[in-house]
Design a protein around this ligand. Sequence first.
Ligand SMILES: [Zn+2]
Ligand SMILES: [Zn+2]
Length: 346
Amino acid sequence: MKAAVFHTPGKPLSIENVSDPICGDNEMIMKVKQCGICGTDLHASDGGSMEPPKGTIFGHEFSGEVVEIGKNLKSSWKIGDPAVSLPFISCGRCKPCVNGNPFFCETSMQSIGMSPEVQGGYAEFVRIGLPESLKVPKGVNWNFASLVEPLAVGLHGVRISKFKQCHRTLVIGAGPIGLATIQWLRFFGARHIVVTEISEERKKMAEEMGATLIIDGKTPTEELVAIYNKETGGSPDIIYECVGSPNVIQNCMEIAAPFSEIILIGVCDKPDTFMPFMGTMKELTLKFAIAYLKDDFQFTIDMMEQGRIDPSKMITNQIGFDTLPETFESLKTAKDQCKVMICPNR
Ligand SMILES: [Zn+2]
Ligand SMILES: [Zn+2]
């Protein structure tokens, strides 16, 4: 099959013919319809602590059609079923797996698209596990299905926070994860959804997705706090940090009201410093979010099917293998795109 392969940090992905994935007894093979390019992939390809081994095929935000079914699964799935999957292949039997939390599998968790052993969705076919797979109902089109993963990230962040309808919220950053978070906050009825963002294109998107106020991301903290208070009549009850770079935690702590909560959804793999005393004086809660539960995927699919959430505007480009390497490189600096979808079989 054709796939985009990572070799060396700083070098563009290379389009190659690689061997087809082999289906295990409790696994399926999916023909990839679309796979989102994620900031995590861009970041990992630049090297550093997240650098994947040579030969990795990225892609953990995919949807597609089942084309092969492991011998233990014939009754529950059929060829041609549209599907999405959490990007893990886990044991399905340990306590976290049974509780729908395969990321924390105690025996055999493998991440799809993070190593050469389990290649991801930047390819014509991808291998998925049964416990992590979900059927896509008729009312959910491919664009929606391909956005289930990033939407689930935002949903998980909101779900692990102390959020209640009446809360004032602040979302730092309107990249795909920030935009997903904004949509869920709107969905759940947040009173104020204030967003800070630098890019003009993303500001527009944040507004379309339900932000109630957008403040320029370069605004000095004191001024930002003043604007926030003036517009909402108080300070944020919860801050959702969706950027993931050094200094952002300290920034959030400066903005945060006493007793508020900071949910860290953005992924930062660099050392960072902040002043703990500030957290002490405000009795702040810092909470880190990782991935999602299977129900975050199912809830997202259900709400899409019912027409209660519509993230389709997040897709700003759809590409084939021909332009994949150059598009991937350009996304490392361009901030005018949101979700770029790879369509490996078009
Ligand atoms: Zn992602
Ligand atoms: Zn397990």
